[in-house]
Design a protein around this ligand. Structure first.
Ligand code: LLP
Length: 419
């Protein structure tokens, strides 16, 4: 459920017509509905409200400060994967005890910065990382709270590029090695193993893989507790999918929570969840203008001023995003088209062979479900300044990040110095 809807023929975000925003900020631009964001977060928080739990929004999905600020104010914690994301969390005042740090390649500097801030725990992905954290915490004269991220070897049945919980993936510690590494963590002087973590993939559209993973994890947790590992937290990661308009109907947070809680009954641990996409995905759109319509021999191309540098999900995962005209017309013909961008790459498309209302040159369109992994994965490829981001709250809006200027695009660069 989101707050992008037509009023008459015009597409609105909450109470603001998107074409008005286009007039004000130009195209392309991202637009987020704060009400949608907060509604999704609340749905997640309420789904787990019956048990001690913390929802740590996964910053990588959309790390824009305004988004983080809104979510943190409503009680979200943060799941971070870099020093940059930590800095963003600090900037919006996220309390340290609501931050977990995941990722397979944490650098020394990142570990030190997180220890200085005093985060809730590190989700450790290898024995070498565990020893590195122990050494750095030792230098700082403190003890680092850690969870081991376990790879349960479960097929999440999603796109292979966003599957993380199978033994062939680089993520986590193999299930079989867990006990030995927890034992090592207990022996190391400067880490305390207080949690267990697991994340199997992203854009999951059924609960079964989650259930399979949590069953394996539960068995392991029971074994570890029996062996005296003082676990307090169980982090189940993120991964719940969203409808992209292609007929998927992923379980709602409520159903997902019920399925998880059923498997975890009687377990006296605090649950941590790391949802990203399900919070922000359908809270954002990318608005673009049609520059040209070109009739090829085989195809008709709708060429927009947004490209794969602005939203790379279709190029990278062949992802489906639905596309809507900002001005709806019921008598309009439909045409099968490719909606493409201006970038010099054949993968620069938003839709291929898609039946859509006939778009005219100069017209505005919205690429939906672009709130997650949209702006956060954008780049300057083809030396294109990144688009602005607008947040809507009711009948008000704010440009929460202006369009990049050409000066910003080249900031800090120089030719090789003479002499
Ligand atoms: N926790 C961990 C450890 C993760 O690696 C991820 C996502 C999440 C939580 C959040 O997952 P979510 O709830 O958003 O599914 N760029 C890809 C998605 C990559 C996901 C990476 N990890 C895409 O555009 O589909």
């Amino acid at each position: 459920m989101d707050y992008f809807h037509y009023v008459g023929d015009r597409l609105y975000c909450e109470e603001v017509p998107l074409d008005d925003l286009a007039q004000t900020v130009g195209t392309p631009f991202y637009c987020y509905s704060e009400r949608t964001l907060l509604r999704h977060l609340k749905a997640f928080q309420q789904a787990f409200a019956g048990v001690p739990s913390l929802i740590c929004y996964s910053v990588k999905a959309n790390s824009t400060l305004a988004v983080l600020d809104s979510l943190v104010r409503q009680g979200a914690g943060l799941d971070i994967v870099s020093g940059g994301e930590l800095a963003r969390g600090r900037r919006v005042g996220c309390p340290a005890e609501r931050i977990v740090f995941s990722g397979v390649g944490k650098s020394e500097a990142e570990i030190r910065a997180a220890l200085e801030y005093g985060i809730l725990m590190f989700n450790v992905e290898s024995p070498s990382e565990l020893r590195r954290i122990d050494r750095i915490a030792g230098q700082m004269g403190i003890k680092a709270p850690v969870a081991l991220r376990i790879n349960p070897d479960v097929d999440p049945q999603t796109h292979p590029y966003i599957s993380t919980g199978m033994s062939r993936n680089k993520f986590g510690i193999p299930h079989r090695q867990a006990m030995a590494i927890y034992r090592e963590a207990m022996r190391l002087p400067h880490v305390s193993p207080i949690g267990l973590d697991c994340h199997i993939g992203s854009q999951l559209t059924t609960v079964e893989p989650f259930v399979e993973a949590v069953r394996r994890v539960r068995l392991l947790v029971d074994e570890l507790r029996a062996a005296g590992v003082p676990l307090r937290y169980l982090d189940l990661g993120g991964g719940l999918g969203i409808p992209y308009g292609r007929g998927e109907s992923p379980p709602l947070p409520d159903l997902y929570a019920q399925a998880m809680l059923k498997e975890l009954e009687g377990l006296p641990l605090i649950l941590i969840l790391e949802p990203g996409r399900v919070i922000v995905g359908n809270a954002g759109v990318l608005v673009a203008r049609v520059e040209y319509v070109k009739e090829g021999d085989e195809k008709r191309f709708v060429i927009t001023d947004a490209g794969m540098n602005d939203l790379m999900r279709p190029a990278l995962y062949d992802a489906y995003h639905s596309i809507l005209p900002l001005e709806r017309q019921f008598d309009r013909e439909e045409r099968t088209v490719d909606v493409v961008g201006p970038i010099c790459e054949t993968t620069d498309f938003f839709a291929r062979d898609r039946l859509l209302p006939e778009f005219r040159e100069g017209e505005l369109l919205a690429v939906r479900s672009a709130g997650a992994y949209g702006f956060s994965m954008s780049s300057n490829y083809n030396s294109r300044p990144r688009p602005p981001e607008v947040m809507v709250r009711g009948d008000r809006f704010a440009v929460v990040r202006p369009r990049e200027s050409l000066d910003q695009l080249m900031a800090g660069e120089s030719a090789f110095p003479e002499g």
